[in-house]
Design a protein around this ligand. Structure first.
Ligand code: GLN
Length: 196
């Protein structure tokens, strides 16, 4: 089954994710409206600037559709996308708010303090090269959330049911392993829904 994977295409690192999705053999669909959202088996929320993305989501009147989509379908939030997905954000009101994590924005310093480190991501890869750019961290998780990676004691990748989020930018390297993990989540969910 060829999966249709959406990339929220309002702002941020859209093209790089499209390329990664296609390299994994799935169809990439740019999501700008609720009609686009209806076509996809899973959704990727890219990095960028969460406040700008939220403004554009509101302008497109897309928040209810995104929240409804998230009730059933897999969503992968990277960096700013993690912030969009978090049920709590320190000192801010949440956006889509469905993944049971608390996010702290800009927790790893400024743009000039960007860095790349090898990370061990549980169930994905032992040495994933992770690029952090004004990245958020996950300061706490609901007890059923699976922590997939930490960096210097901070949670930087986690999975909650059909949600996965990471602080870093997987699309900036050629490593497709995390995208493949997300596609497997999408495939599993789609098969589950067909079986019902
Ligand atoms: N600092 C950004 C935010 O708070 C996230 C940075 C990123 O996506 N690279 O939304």
């Amino acid at each position: 089954m060829v999966m249709n994977i959406g990339v929220l295409a309002l702002q941020g690192a859209v093209t790089e994710h499209v390329r990664a999705i296609q390299s994994c053999g799935a169809n990439a669909i740019l999501v700008k409206s609720s009609n686009d959202l209806a076509q996809v088996d899973g959704l990727l929320l890219p990095g960028g600037e969460s406040t700008a993305m939220r403004r554009l989501i509101d302008y497109a009147q897309l928040l209810p559709a995104l929240q409804e989509f998230s009730m059933e379908k897999p969503v992968f939030g990277t960096c700013a996308g993690l912030i969009l997905l978090a049920s709590e954000i320190e000192n801010e009101t949440p956006h889509i708010g469905k993944m049971r994590i608390t996010a702290r924005r800009n927790a790893f310093g400024r743009q000039v303090e960007s860095f790349e480190v090898p990370l061990s991501i549980r169930g994905v890869k032992e040495d994933f090269s992770a690029v952090f750019i004004r990245a958020p961290k996950i300061v706490s998780v609901h007890e059923d959330v699976e922590v997939l990676a930490t960096f210097e004691g901070d949670i930087v990748c986690a999975r909650d049911r059909h949600f996965i989020a990471c602080s870093f930018h997987p699309e900036l390297t050629n490593d497709l392993s995390l995208m493949q993990y997300f596609l497997a989540m999408c495939r599993e969910k789609a098969e589950e829904q067909v079986a019902q």
